[in-house]
Write a protein that binds this ligand. Sequence first.
Ligand SMILES: *[C@@H]1O[C@H](CO)[C@@H](O)[C@H](O)[C@H]1NC(C)=O
Ligand SMILES: *[C@@H]1O[C@H](CO)[C@@H](O)[C@H](O)[C@H]1NC(C)=O
Ligand SMILES: *[C@@H]1O[C@H](CO)[C@@H](O)[C@H](O)[C@H]1NC(C)=O
Ligand SMILES: *[C@@H]1O[C@H](CO)[C@@H](O)[C@H](O)[C@H]1NC(C)=O
Ligand SMILES: *[C@@H]1O[C@H](CO)[C@@H](O)[C@H](O)[C@H]1NC(C)=O
Length: 394
Amino acid sequence: MFMNFRRIHKVQCIQLLTTALVLCMVMVSWEELDHHVVSHVRSYTYRYLVNSYDFLNSSFNIASKHHHGQNGTDSVDGRLGRYPYLINHPGKCKGDGKSWEDVLLLLFVKSSPENFEQRQAIRNTWGNESFLLSELSANVKVVFALGMHPNVKRRSRVQIALQQEDQAYGDLIQQNFVDTFHNLTAKLILQFQWGHEYCPQARFFMSADDDIFIHMPNLVKYLRQLLSSQSGATHLWVGHVHRGSPPNRRKDSKYYVPYDLYPWPSYPDYTAGAGYVVSGDVAAKIYHATLVLNSSMYIDDVYMGICAKAMGVSPKEHVHFSGEGKAPNHSCIYDHMITSHGHATDVRSLWQAAADAKVNSRGFMGNLYCTAVRAMLLCLPYYQNTYSCMAAFT
Ligand SMILES: *[C@@H]1O[C@H](CO)[C@@H](O)[C@H](O)[C@H]1NC(C)=O
Ligand SMILES: *[C@@H]1O[C@H](CO)[C@@H](O)[C@H](O)[C@H]1NC(C)=O
Ligand SMILES: *[C@@H]1O[C@H](CO)[C@@H](O)[C@H](O)[C@H]1NC(C)=O
Ligand SMILES: *[C@@H]1O[C@H](CO)[C@@H](O)[C@H](O)[C@H]1NC(C)=O
Ligand SMILES: *[C@@H]1O[C@H](CO)[C@@H](O)[C@H](O)[C@H]1NC(C)=O
């Protein structure tokens, strides 16, 4: 073979230059690349190779670091900063004031003091307890979890309004912590603590954001199916599952988590906090985990994942629980919808439309049409983060 040395020289030069250029580009955009690609690859690898996260229990366990006996939980409570109640309804799950009612679902809506409009929209639509009881014969308790208004100057005025609101509706549960993003874990603990103390008999427990839409008829149907199945109503944690998510290391992000808070490249599996359901036994386990696990992880969904992992509970994916996204507005989507995120005032029109949807009377052609519509809406790439493409065919 004939080789031209000059030519090789030239080719090598070009190769060298190209390599240098690529390296430069990688270096310049490294942070972006790291955030979007490398950290995910690292995290997935970790999730699928390690997948035990045994270290979580030992490194977050405060009981093992501080010596106290069986009855030492009070001092743990103090250290974890459990907060006193400002507004409470201890009798919510006791019908006649003495014995526990048979509650199908205890539903906590994570709200904030100033979100009066959202709470009102929920009360008028999917969160209307008396409607759920009369139309679906479902005993569901809907309560709102709150802290205190973060602005000290406005706090007392807002607090008076909250007390009036609570006198009218009797559904606020408020503790004495500042209601901020970084205190969301305190709100999570409030929910499980309250459930443990005042509604331990509830078959299911749900936590949801106040900008969510819950298709109650579908949810109640699903929960009843679980109850009548062989083993389904225990050991359950269901929602939109995040598997092997990497911690966010960008300082400008809302979800930034420093290395000293969480040094590992991947979180344990958890469900999107927008809305998830656990069975009564799991709620009790999570409560007990919150007593011994350090709650400084301020991303509440992740903290829930840490608690569940320590108790040997894994989340289960349900395609009709949405993550961040809003479900497409189409009657064919309502058939199986459980939750949809990112709603405000449109909750009312959606409730009207969803309650109207005639699922069973559609017939073969109607079902075929709806599957096609769902495939169009869910499998094309614009509605990311609502339901996966799979949801079109179930
Ligand atoms: C978690 O750690 C505590 C104390 O270190 C231990 O008693 C407990 O059994 C552990 N739980 C699991 C599920 O490993
Ligand atoms: C709840 O629904 C009932 C009818 O089922 C209705 O009378 C009541 O006004 C509703 N409550 C709210 C707060 O919208
Ligand atoms: C959380 O609430 C507590 C009690 O009110 C307060 O001291 C603390 O500053 C709050 N933390 C954040 C990050 O807002
Ligand atoms: C919880 O973890 C944080 C950060 O890792 C640490 O500063 C704090 O001392 C821990 N708290 C307890 C009670 O162990
Ligand atoms: C959904 O679409 C219907 C018409 O198909 C419309 O009347 C309704 O306002 C829409 N709702 C929302 C929440 O966009």
